[in-house]
Design a protein around this ligand. Structure first.
Ligand SMILES: NC(=O)c1ccc[n+]([C@@H]2O[C@H](COP(=O)([O-])OP(=O)(O)OC[C@H]3O[C@@H](n4cnc5c(N)ncnc54)[C@H](O)[C@@H]3O)[C@@H](O)[C@H]2O)c1
Length: 252
């Protein structure tokens, strides 16, 4: 087991990739904090972990609200005494995200808050704890849309995700000597609830499949291996780096 005795917060662990990573972390021996806004989804993840013999708690949180994040981190520390891994996973897309001249400031602000401010809030309170216990691993889930122009009308989403990329690299530079590492996982187009509406259109789905060198969409569990590697001591000399699990999308 790669994560024995580690405590990991996984945000957005109720569905999609966050759920898969939370379940895998528990199988690797971690105690998992399911930090999630949706009670029903979170409880499903919790039940699966417990039925596999794993250890987890659910802490309800809207990661876009700083006070709630502070409370969530405090509950995690109260239960487990430390935090070794922050898997910062929550983000959302918006149907009204658009090209710059058509984009409302409300949609821009909403996505900046849920996707980028949330990462700042989580890192702020978790890093304060990691500094007390000798270090840890911060993993920020990024996006190809913040690297290449593969989704040209998702302005706010792409900009919010590139803020997460920058945050990880700044943290890597600022806290390396305190033994806190920060890295970025870039999934490709993954078959999760986030893109359910988009891939209902069969032509779009085929185009997205063909955009990846592997010729298929990613599955929810296709980032699990990287997520375990970056959380574990196997990645002890990795920091400030991008790791793709995108089927070759950004190598095109
Ligand atoms: N799906 C893709 O194609 C894709 C591609 C590249 C990057 N990503 C990134 O991967 C990450 C996970 O994406 P996914 O597709 O698994 O997402 P998803 O929409 O399938 O699941 C997101 C989870 O986060 C929870 N959540 C949403 N808002 C929240 C909030 N404010 N507070 C707490 N929990 C909240 C949801 O309830 C859900 O359980 C995101 O950062 C996303 O940007 C996704």
């Amino acid at each position: 087991m790669k994560l024995k005795n580690k405590v990991a917060i996984v945000t957005g662990a109720g569905a999609g990739m966050g759920r898969s990573v939370a379940i895998r972390y528990a199988k690797e021996g971690a105690s998992v904090v399911i930090a999630e806004i949706n009670d029903d989804l979170a409880n499903e993840t919790l039940a699966e972990i417990v039925s596999n013999g794993g250890d987890a708690i659910f802490v309800p949180v809207n990661v876009g609200e700083e006070r709630q994040v502070e409370q969530m981190v405090s509950s995690a520390v109260k239960k487990y005494g430390r935090i070794d891994v922050l898997y910062n996973n929550v983000a959302k897309m918006h149907k009204q995200d658009a090209k710059v001249h058509e984009l409302s400031t409300e949609v821009w602000n909403e996505l900046m808050n849920v996707n980028m401010n949330s990462a700042f809030f989580c890192c702020k309170y978790v890093i304060a704890e990691m500094l007390k216990t000798g270090g840890g691993s911060v993993i920020i889930v990024g996006s190809p849309t913040a690297l290449v122009a593969c989704s040209s009308s998702d302005t706010a989403y792409s900009c919010s995700k590139s803020g997460g990329h920058a945050l990880a690299r700044v943290i890597a530079g600022a806290y390396g000597k305190e033994n806190i590492r920060a890295n970025i996982i870039i999934p490709g187009t993954m078959d999760t609830p986030m893109i359910k509406d988009i891939i209902e259109d069969k032509k779009i789905k085929i185009d997205l499949e063909n955009a990846a060198m592997l010729g298929r969409l990613g599955a929810s569990n296709d980032v699990d291996g990287l997520a375990v590697f970056l959380a574990s001591d196997d990645s002890s000399y990795c920091t400030g780096a991008y790791f793709t699990a995108d089927g070759g999308l950004t190598a095109l």
